[in-house]
Design a protein around this ligand. Sequence first.
Ligand code: FAD
Length: 390
Amino acid sequence: MHGNSYDVIVVGGGPAGTMAGAAAAEKGARTLILERDSAFGIPVRCGEGVGIRQLERFFEVDENLIASRIEGLIMYSPDGTAVPVASSDLGLVLERVRFDRWLAEKAARAGAHLRTRSEVDGLVTDNGRVEGVYYCHLGKRCKAEAKIVIAADGVESRVARWAGVATQLRPVDLENAYQFTLAGLKEDLRFCHFFFGNDLAPGGYIWIFPKGDGIANVGIGVSTKLCDGGTAYRKLEEFVAKRYGKVSIVGEAAGGVPVARPLQKQIRDGLIIAGDAARHTNPLTGGGISAALIGGRHAGEIAASAVDRGDTTEKGLKEYQVRVDTDIARPHRRAYRLKEGINKLSDESMDNAAHQLLSLPPEKRTLRNIFLKALASQPKLVIDILKVFM
Ligand code: FAD
């Protein structure tokens, strides 16, 4: 225990927060991670799919944290045409309950102090500079001071807003997501499956992410501008009934997914914002695990070095903004433009692209070629496609 004074306080114990906490503690910063839920990783609000290469950038993932290894992806256009994707980066479906817990343990082993059931409900500030947090633990209001606070409190982030950052998402930049975990599926579960269509999943898609042994996460993400959460649920129910008939649901999850451009400014005096809170999620896919790890790692490292240098002002944290601009913001601004392009496509043009792709040899059906075909009517996006799928 460090009393009530820390170098770094991290709000939120998802992948961004625990990664930030581990990185700060590894560099010697006295670190506290506060998580409002009673355990790390619970409840799971995630399809749990991630690229192997993206994870290997950080660590070798213990087999125990992996539900299944994926042999490939199949994309379906609105008329049901299946396009198997040629991809060199194979995927994993994680067990997020274990993965998030493992990350929390990693932070603890590095020396961070962790508290669950601790909901942050206000910031300690002095003249606009963030100097700590107020939080509620088992009904008791507590105060903890820090040289830097890292806001890793997810899509509904309030911490950044309290510090004066405009975090409001436009409906077009937020997806309603709903997911069933289904058991006893008769499906080719060696592959991840993605289904597109303006009626099927307006502004988004339906996914099937296998977890092994006939079990899969089957979920939908739809644009909040076009559909509410109830519609997302109904559309998923219809899809599941049509594809599988009667099937056992062993889990359900719902949540918002930011599919926005990253926040313009992700630092303030005494504050760094990371993960979904900073809109680090890939706006094209809605995937946010790997970006949360990247943002979290940078946040923890920069926070610790700013504390060491004794300069935790916005200027002293500038290196964070530079790093996330390169690693996340720049590629995601391109991905955002592709998302806008895809959202303009009619069902007919998606079907046409799928039919044309099937006339290519299998090894040419790469994501890059799929996007080039689908967005052929929007030539301004060619450079973005080439850069995103390098
Ligand atoms: P989170 O994981 O949301 O963690 C934030 C944490 O902060 C939470 O534990 C929360 O309890 C805590 N918190 C919030 N407020 C406070 C407070 N005031 N005080 C203390 N603690 C607080 N991404 C993928 O890569 N692959 C997928 O397959 C995928 N599927 C998804 C499916 C669904 C249905 C949804 C909703 C999202 C999906 N995502 C997926 C996105 C992914 O889950 C997130 O991008 C990722 O979890 C972001 O990590 P994070 O640490 O930034 O935020």
